[in-house]
Design a protein around this ligand. Structure first.
Ligand SMILES: Cc1cc2nc3c(=O)[nH]c(=O)nc-3n(C[C@H](O)[C@H](O)[C@H](O)COP(=O)(O)OP(=O)(O)OC[C@H]3O[C@@H](n4cnc5c(N)ncnc54)[C@H](O)[C@@H]3O)c2cc1C
Length: 403
């Protein structure tokens, strides 16, 4: 079994292969210098200095030798030949596989803003990025300009502010996060940031990143505002790492297209995690998820499929974020929320609520903010598919189980 990629998906797949009783050879080919790690702490506790290295590793370093799993760190796979069943590595080594898993994840989207090559301009994806940024932000007093108003941009903005830096954030939406959760709920997060002193320039992009002697000094927005900058972080989404799969002739469609068992168009080759665009049996549509829970769920399904078991990725998508004192969990089918009615149970003002998206009388997604231990009930409502009474849904006195 050859697993290409060194993220959470790769670790989960290797662990599942062993848990399911597979006792043959497993090799993980990991481009980054460390054993597989997970990314959520990179923009939160690890960046803030509240969590150490331990929070990063889903499996301890000892697990791999103990379970006879070979991890080739700092090693990129450069090609895959589905007919020969081989994977070639950067140093020319050729690995033969019975089954291969592509879990190459995603990389930050690069936009050629004028001045993007100046010193002090960063993207943010890896442990190395987080370590470097922690060093710059700790101690505070820096002007940080964030280009991008999605989850990662908002999380880093919160952490940088908590570390005592002055943050200005721009994005294409009128209200950050509104593409994902709508303007009303995006405002809850934005207001919390404003309270902490984050400055917003919206909607705006960067017209030019400006500098002196090769180092950034400011950012000129498309709305004509000049924002002073010691550090610029470009967080404008990610693109799936499909090069290897594309060169191998696999079907590409917003990532590597896979069926619900996570099989690609090539025999014995599977794909999972951020790179995979999987057919979801519930919605009947392809969806590529860029979230932690999907890395785990799809890593498990891919491993089972590699072993010839009948497995499908039919989980309800889930993700979470932490920004200042706002903790949030979301589960549901984002694609179905566009025309849905938002029903709120609890208080937006107090920032303690559950928001439900209701489409044709059925709950298709739910998000709890600073209310805990309700995810199982939310998921049960979604998967039941039953028609609900929105008045009961909005009423905190009615138990979710009774709706
Ligand atoms: C800063 C940050 C914070 C996040 N926070 C959250 C959160 O709070 N909640 C949430 O749900 N999700 C969060 N996410 C998203 C989540 O981390 C991703 O969904 C998850 O990392 C996907 O895992 P993966 O293993 O599929 O891909 P990745 O984590 O991208 O790992 C893929 C690995 O494969 C390597 N690779 C690529 N090509 C090759 C090759 N040819 N050969 C060998 N190796 C290769 C890459 O270098 C990388 O190490 C966050 C992401 C980031 C960056």
């Amino acid at each position: 079994m050859v697993i290409i990629g060194g993220g959470l998906t790769a670790a989960t797949a290797a662990e599942t292969l062993r848990k399911e009783g597979y006792d043959g050879a497993i090799t993980i080919v990991a481009q980054e210098p460390q054993i597989p790690y997970q990314r959520p702490p990179l923009s939160k506790g690890f960046l803030a200095g509240k969590e150490g290295e331990d929070a990063l590793y889903p499996l301890p370093a000892s697990w791999y030798p103990e379970n006879n799993v070979s991890v080739l760190t700092a090693t990129a796979a450069t090609s895959l030949d589905p007919s020969a069943h081989t994977v070639t590595l950067a140093d020319g080594t050729v690995l033969t596989y019975a089954k291969a898993l592509i879990a190459t994840g995603a990389d930050p989207r690069q936009i050629p803003f004028p001045g993007v090559d100046l010193a002090g301009v960063y993207t943010f994806r890896t442990k190395a990025d987080s370590v470097a940024m922690k060093e710059l932000l700790t101690g505070g007093g820096k002007n940080v300009v964030m280009i991008g108003s999605g989850w990662i941009g908002m999380e880093i903005a919160a952490t940088a502010t908590e570390l005592g830096n002055q943050v200005a954030l721009m994005g294409l939406e009128e209200v950050p996060l509104s593409v994902a959760i709508g303007a009303q709920l995006g405002t809850v997060f934005t207001d919390r940031h404003k309270e902490a002193g984050v400055r917003f320039e919206l909607p705006a992009s960067a017209a030019e990143i400006q500098g002196t002697d090769g180092r950034v000094t400011s950012v000129l927005t498309t709305t004509g505002v000049t924002l002073p900058a010691d550090i610029v972080i470009v967080a404008v989404g990610v693109v799936p790492n499909i090069a290897l799969a594309k060169d191998a002739g696999l079907t590409i469609n917003n990532g590597i297209q896979v069926d619900a068992s996570l099989a690609t168009s090539a025999p014995d080759v599977f794909a999972a995690g951020d790179v995979a665009n999987a057919m979801h049996p519930v919605t009947g549509a392809y969806a590529r998820s860029e979230h932690w829970a999907n890395a785990i769920a799809s890593g498990k399904v891919a491993a089972k499929s590699m072993l010839g078991q009948e497995a499908v990725l039919d989980d309800i998508p889930y993700f979470y974020t932490d920004q200042f004192d706002l903790g949030m969990e979301y589960s549901g089918f984002g694609a179905l929320t566009k025309d849905a009615q938002v029903v709120v149970r609890g208080s937006l003002e107090k920032r303690e609520f559950i928001a439900f998206w209701v489409l044709e009388g059925r709950v298709v997604a739910g998000m709890n903010v600073n209310i805990w231990d309700v995810q199982e009930a939310i998921k049960a409502l979604i998967s039941s598919g039953r028609t609900i009474d929105t008045a009961k849904l909005a009423d905190p006195q009615t138990p979710l189980e009774a709706i």
